[in-house]
Design a protein around this ligand. Structure first.
Ligand code: HPA
Length: 272
């Protein structure tokens, strides 16, 4: 079956199970699943059950789509996302974003864990994405264009929605956590960067580095979906570079997670 047909088939399958179309899509990053506890859950569907959906690797989680309400807003949450470094193609990584759009989402919210390149940023701070640099080696839009879903050469002048960013910054003023606005650079991973690579990434203008979010953003923007994304800064990648482990990353993510959760929740609940 062709890619577009697969997307439609998946969406139709899900549509037949849900009561209401979600208006907000949410993709939660590694160790950042807490927002799920805030959702009044109506239905959960394991990725495994959904035709053509990529299936998550055993590494962290059994992936599922969660449908429900945040306040009076209907949302779909991806618990568990697909990374390029896991071996998925970019078409697989972004398949769920296509499906969420067909289900009716009007805005997409993304969280991720990232390393801080900007020396004004500290561990367990948050960074709202203002822009990104794509250094990943595959692009989800390569190949025959799905004209029905978006342009061949999509505009990327506002990859992250300025009004959502402004509202996000306002909401986060009351937080104890420091919240920055900066540029995310997406890399393949899965190894962390060398000291020389961190230096390079700083020089080209990035404030934080991570291994996700960019492909999902590109596909959402191609379909005209406004995106808000936030990084939890889990390690600092300037000065004396310290050895980091996944345990350290998860620990730093856990510290900032409550405020990150509040940020996305408030943005959605207060959205008009
Ligand atoms: N580099 C790339 N990805 C990351 C990092 C990093 O330092 N920290 C968390 N995700």
């Amino acid at each position: 079956m062709e890619y577009l047909e697969q997307i439609k088939f998946s969406a139709d399958f899900i549509q037949s199970k849900i009561m209401e179309s979600p208006k907000y899509g949410i993709i939660l990053g590694t160790g950042l699943g807490g927002l799920v506890d805030e959702v009044d859950v109506e239905l959960e569907i394991d990725y495994e059950e959904i035709p053509h959906f990529p299936v998550s690797t055993v590494e962290f989680h059994k992936g599922k789509l969660i449908f429900g309400k945040l306040g009076d807003k209907s949302v779909v949450v991806m618990k568990g996302r697909f990374h390029f470094y896991e071996g998925y193609t970019m078409k697989e990584v972004t398949f769920p974003v296509r499906v969420m759009k067909l289900l009716g989402i009007e805005k997409l919210f993304i969280s991720n864990a990232a390393g801080a390149l900007n020396s004004d940023y500290g561990k367990s701070d948050l960074m709202i994405l203002d822009d990104h640099i794509n250094l990943q080696t595959e692009n989800p839009l390569v190949g025959k264009n799905l004209d029905e879903l978006g342009d061949r050469f999509p505009d990327m002048s506002q990859p992250y929605d300025f009004s959502l960013i402004d509202r996000g910054l306002k909401i986060s003023k009351s937080f104890d956590t420091k919240v920055h606005r900066g540029v995310y650079v997406g890399v393949n991973g899965p190894n962390l960067e060398t000291r020389a690579e961190y230096k390079f990434l700083r020089i080209i203008g990035a404030d934080a580095v991570g291994m996700s979010t960019v492909p999902e953003n590109i596909v959402a923007r191609q379909m005209g979906v406004p995106v808000f994304a936030v990084s939890v800064l889990t390690d600092v990648c300037y000065g004396e570079i310290e050895k980091v482990s996944i345990e350290d990353i998860l620990k730093a993510a856990a510290k900032a997670e409550p405020d990150m959760t509040k940020l996305i929740k408030e943005l959605i609940i207060q959205d008009l």
